[in-house]
Design a protein around this ligand. Structure first.
Ligand SMILES: C[S@@+](CC[C@H](N)C(=O)[O-])C[C@H]1O[C@@H](n2cnc3c(N)ncnc32)[C@H](O)[C@@H]1O
Length: 278
């Protein structure tokens, strides 16, 4: 869905694309992950990603864990399974009606926009974006807002697509072939394709004074699932588990680790808001 070009200013264009994004997510996007979640191999890969994110979240003490762009709440449901008694409340926010599915999973769902979060200052102990921050046109402003809602000492966890010259080249070559039968890109994905940059994310968080760790992940199993489009490989759980084990082994070998980072599809950032000074 691409709107016709007119002589509008940047803010009008952004407003129009935010509206198109909401409509598309409600009509198409909210159901796109249903297909890969029916495949056992793809699900094993997603669960491995969730468990990697879960390692960064304190699931043993109270507070609020908030995921923006949570879709139908697959990640939050996994965090809820791993949560200890007396652990945090899981809250999901999404632009689309997908969020209404959270209630049936024992989670709190709020329909809302990550670019205008109706959330109190200093109220969230962990805020997560899993594949959603790159859908926000003014993502640096959203990161500043994420900082605002975090409690002092709270964590911002980002698990997003890599935006390197290599990844852009691969997308240009493969997308028309692999995804030719699936309209999987949202209006903002299409119109603001090269807009989202890891280095801008890191710079914004550093300017806020956050301490952060950064790593590239997912270079073998995840791309072979075909993600939204699915693939024959994604159907096989043993194959995907083997590929995940190979990835793990490569990451332990120094030279291969660097090479894997170049061809990875996701990056993980964990940034901490400075704790309150006594
Ligand atoms: C690629 S999907 C990821 C969904 C989910 N994290 C998952 O992995 O199942 C991106 C999600 O971000 C949501 N989204 C897009 N723009 C948003 C915004 N401005 N605020 C909140 N959610 C947004 C979409 O509706 C969609 O559910």
């Amino acid at each position: 869905m691409t709107a016709p070009r007119t002589h509008e200013g940047e803010s009008e264009r952004a407003a129009r694309y935010r509206q198109l994004e909401k409509e598309w997510q409600n009509d198409v996007g909210k159901d796109l992950l249903d297909k890969p979640y029916k495949a056992r191999g793809s699900t094993a890969v997603f669960h491995r990603q969730f468990d990697r994110i879960a390692r960064e979240v304190d699931l043993g003490s109270p507070g609020v864990v908030l995921e923006i762009g949570c879709g139908k709440g697959h990640l939050l449901a996994r965090l809820n399974e791993l949560r200890a008694a007396g652990g945090p409340t899981m809250v999901g926010m999404d632009l689309s009606r997908a969020v209404f599915g959270l209630r049936g999973k024992g989670l709190v769902g709020v329909q809302g926009d990550g670019e205008a979060m109706p959330i109190k200052d200093d109220s969230v102990k962990a805020l997560i974006y899993d594949g959603a921050l790159h859908h926000l046109i003014d993502y640096p402003a959203a990161l500043v807002d994420a900082y605002r809602v975090l409690v002092p000492g709270g964590f911002l966890i980002l698990f997003e697509p890599v935006s390197s010259p290599f990844s852009r080249m691969v997308h240009r070559v493969l997308d028309p072939l692999v995804f030719r039968k699936v309209v999987y890109e949202s209006p903002i994905d299409q119109e603001y394709k090269d807009h989202f940059r890891e280095e801008r994310v890191i710079e914004t968080l550093q300017n806020l004074g956050m301490d952060l760790t950064y790593e590239r992940t997912d270079f073998l199993a995840y791309p072979l699932t075909g993600c939204y489009a699915g693939s024959v490989f994604g159907r096989s759980e043993p194959l995907m588990k083997t590929l995940l084990a190979v990835e793990g082994a490569c990451r332990r070998v120094p030279g291969l680790r660097q090479l894997a980072a170049v061809v990875s599809w996701r990056f993980l950032v964990v940034a901490r808001k400075p704790p309150a000074t006594p």
